[in-house]
Structure formats: structure tokens, C-alpha cells
Design a protein around this ligand. Structure first.
Ligand SMILES: [Mn+2]
Length: 361
């Protein structure tokens, strides 16, 4: 499938400049699939319908972070869109556009502009969203804020109502895939789906003959498929850090067995050191969780300071975590890192953090 969206995105990028009116269609700062797919498909709709001046869809994260959203990488490719064509917030000079009075913003998948973009608030000209209405936008603008399961449902309705001629396989795949993922395949038990989502999704399936179950299963799989990511990206995909009693402590949550990770990256100690050094951490942990076939947790502890390492390891080994040492002999510099199977499955990052705080205090 070669998508019409590629040419649209290339033209939009080519036409970027501060001296012409630009309608930036912007998803939220978490930039999940819904934010990205709704911005791209809605901007294209506005363009083809002549409903906005020079609409440009913008992904609200650095483009380097796009690959961490593995389900989005999959769905855009499945829809025939080359991810290299996507326009990120780093590609657009919002300050310059705003400064020249040439910026109009249409928000999708959020209705309160992100903290970093608050200075452009009075440029918000339209909103398409399914979150609770904060009412924090200019009065009198065009909004459609309804509590449906996916912002893509609101976009799909527009195509189905007044733009069916524009609804090709690519756009239908992006919209349907996102609606299915957001509503857990329209499952009422999951509590996300609303009648509007079901109506839009079934209309897309009926018109385009898309394999609903196949698409949903692939999306669910790809969401948790981190095999394409290197150690650096695995660590940062779902990462949190804290200052605990004066020590900087970071914990990455990684959806992969430590044994697989060691096989994938034999220089994993160097990867941990690079990540730790960049963030000036004293302690870098990885909490690995996976189902194989039973739910399992592993823990990796990396502390370069040998005195601190000795104390922390003793604390963790004597805690309720239920740690069993894992073999590190297959990797480079195995003596510099500690890896465990964590038998107490009830201790997640949320629970480990206060335990560490007590230790460092
Ligand atoms: Mn959403």
C-alpha cells in the first residue's frame, strides 16, 4: 500500500516557513498512537476539504522518540506511510510562526495546550478531543469534545459523513487500527468503547473490508514488541528517576527477560554506563517484566561506586524482593553489574521507589 499521505506530508514539510499562514494540527505531548494518527488524518481531511489554511500535522515529540512507540511504527507502516515523512515538533518553528501572527493551532487528542506550548494558547483555533473538557482555550473557537474511546473516532466520523471519497485503505487503516487499540477491540468489558466508536469502526470495516481481528492482534503484539530497540532505547522507553537522599536514582521498566537482553547486547554494561553518565545518575536499575509463559520479573542493578553498590546490593538481597542471582557470565565486564530473578512479583517500580527512598534516607 502506497499512501496518499506520503505526498501530503512531503508537500507540507516543503511548504514550512514562518512567512505564510499555517494551521498546525497538533496531538498531545504524550504522543501516543491516537495523538499522532488523529493529527495526520485530520490535517489531510482539512487540506482536501479546504477547511483550514495550509494544514500541517505535527507529532508532538522529537522524531527520535517515535521509534519507541512500536505500535505506531507498525500502524503507519501498515498504512503505507513512511515514518521518515512524519513532521515532528522539532521540524516546525512555532515561535517564528507565532511571532509573525501566522500560527493557527488545531489540537487533537487534548483540549488544554501542553505546558511547553502554553505561550501559543491564544492561537488555538479548533479542538477535536475525547478527554474531559478543561475549558481552558480561547472563547468562541470551533470545538468537538466528546467522551468517546478514541480521538480517531471523531476524525473517522468526518470522513464518513462528508469525505467518503477521501477515505482510502491507508486512512481507513490508520483510523480503524487506532480505534481498535484504544477500545481494546471494541470490547464493552474493557469499559472504553462508546457507541460512536463502534459505529465508526464498523463502518470503516464494512467499507474497506479490513481484517479487524488480524489488525487488532498485530497492534497488541507490536505494542509490547521491543525487539527492534537497542539497550539505550529499552532503558528510556518507560523511565523514571528521583533524587533520593541526595543520590540520583533512575529505573527503566523493560518488557524483556534479562537473559534475552544479555544475548542481544553483550556490551550491556557499557550501555548502562552511557545512559547513567548522560543523566548523572548514581544508581541505574532496570525492572524487567514479561510473560514467558508465566508472568516473571527480573532486576538489574548498576552502581559504579563500589561502596554504594555493596550497601545497596546487600539491602536489596535482604529485602522482600525475593532476589535470586542470575548468571552474568555471558556479557562483557560481568563483575560490574548485578542481575536477579525477582520472585516477589508484587513489587513493581511504584513500590520499589519508596523502599529505595527509605534506604537512601
Ligand atoms: Mn486519545
Amino acid at each position: 500500500m502506497e499512501s496518499v499521505l506520503n505526498k501530503f506530508l512531503q508537500d507540507a514539510r516543503f511548504g514550512l516557513g514562518a512567512n505564510q499562514k499555517t494551521t498546525v494540527v497538533l496531538g498531545n505531548e504524550a504522543a501516543d498512537l491516537d495523538s499522532m494518527a488523529s493529527a495526520v488524518t485530520y490535517a489531510y481531511f482539512l487540506k482536501r476539504k479546504g477547511l483550514a489554511e495550509n494544514p500541517v500535522p505535527v507529532i508532538n515529540i522529537p522524531i527520535n522518540d517515535f521509534k519507541l512507540r512500536t505500535e505506531a511504527v507498525f500502524l503507519f507502516k501498515e498504512a503505507g506511510v513512511d515514518p521518515a515523512n512524519l513532521i515532528s515538533v522539532d521540524d516546525v518553528d512555532l515561535d517564528a510562526l507565532y511571532g509573525k501572527g501566522n500560527l493557527a493551532l488545531i489540537l487533537t487528542d487534548h483540549n488544554k495546550i501542553g505546558a511547553h506550548q502554553e505561550k501559543y494558547k491564544d492561537a488555538v483555533a479548533g479542538i477535536l478531543d475525547h478527554h474531559a473538557d478543561d475549558g481552558d482555550y480561547p472563547a468562541g473557537i470551533d470545538t468537538d469534545i466528546r467522551p468517546v474511546g478514541s480521538a480517531c473516532t471523531l476524525v473517522a466520523e468526518r470522513y464518513l459523513n462528508t469525505g467518503e471519497d477521501l477515505l482510502d485503505d491507508s486512512i481507513a487503516t490508520l483510523l480503524l487500527g487506532t480505534i481498535l487499540l484504544d477500545t481494546v477491540n471494541l470490547d464493552v468489558q474493557a469499559g472504553r468503547v462508546k457507541p460512536e466508536d463502534e459505529k465508526a469502526a464498523l463502518a470503516l470495516i464494512g467499507k474497506k473490508g479490513i481484517d479487524r481481528e488480524g489488525l487488532f492482534e498485530k497492534l497488541q503484539f507490536e505494542k509490547f514488541n521491543v525487539s527492534s530497540l537497542g539497550s539505550y532505547d529499552l532503558l528510556r522507553k518507560d523511565y523514571k528517576e528521583w533524587n533520593l537522599g541526595g543520590k540520583m536514582c533512575g529505573i527503566g521498566s523493560v518488557l524483556m527477560p534479562v537473559s534475552d537482553w544479555f544475548k542481544k547486547d553483550r556490551a550491556i554494561v557499557a550501555s548502562f554506563e552511557k545512559y547513567r553518565n548522560e543523566r548523572s545518575l548514581d544508581v541505574l536499575l532496570a525492572m524487567n517484566a514479561f510473560t514467558d509463559p508465566e508472568f516473571t520479573r527480573n532486576l538489574v542493578v548498576y552502581v559504579p561506586d563500589s561502596g554504594l553498590r555493596k550497601k545497596l546490593v546487600a539491602f536489596l538481597e535482604n529485602s522482600d524482593l525475593g532476589l535470586e542471582r542470575l548468571d552474568t557470565s555471558g556479557i562483557k565486564d560481568p563483575e560490574k553489574i548485578d542481575a536477579y530473578n525477582q520472585k516477589n512479583l508484587g513489587i513493581s517500580r511504584k513500590k520499589l521507589q519508596p523502599m529505595l527512598k527509605d534506604f537512601f534516607d
